[in-house]
Design a protein around this ligand. Sequence first.
Ligand code: MN3
Length: 201
Amino acid sequence: MAFTQKPLPFDPGALEPHGMSAKTFEFHYGKHHAAYVANLNKMTADTEMADMPLETVITESFKDPAKSGIFNNAAQTWNHTFFWDSLTPSGGGGTPSGAIAAKIDSDFGGYEKFKEAFKTAAATQFGSGWAWLVLDNGTLKVTKTSNAENPLVQGQTPLLTLDVWEHAYYLDFQNKRPDFIDNYLANLVNWEFANQNLAAA
Ligand code: MN3
């Protein structure tokens, strides 16, 4: 069974009022993400990994340096799907509500402190990578990972992510990664998705 690219959870132009163009999704979803899925299928064809859940391919290939190509494409397939779900065209960003809000207050000492930690992680990830809100042994943490790496390989539960590879923001924000991060936090974060992930953890 081949790995498939999950449909975008919104119209490619749906985030244009919030600074992310249809052109960005044409490339980022239609080319970059699609290529990771195609490469993953090519690399796992006729191997036992072809029939494993994607999460298992990620954690198993991470342990084997000879499978770094599979790891990179499997993790990037998963990371991008998780990123699209971390964005919402309606009512996104700003302060959260529900269980995640209370947990941010208790674990970070308030939303503003979480926001600063997330901005710093996303801005200081040198080169390509990801910023994450994760649950780690019952505590919320902000982390950053390089290239394709993700929190699953550390046994953490991802709740939200932001892609900080240059391809994620260059068409809309050029070199201004901090503006892309601010826009995500202010207008796009899907707190409902984070609440669902927290509830399922
Ligand atoms: Mn990307």
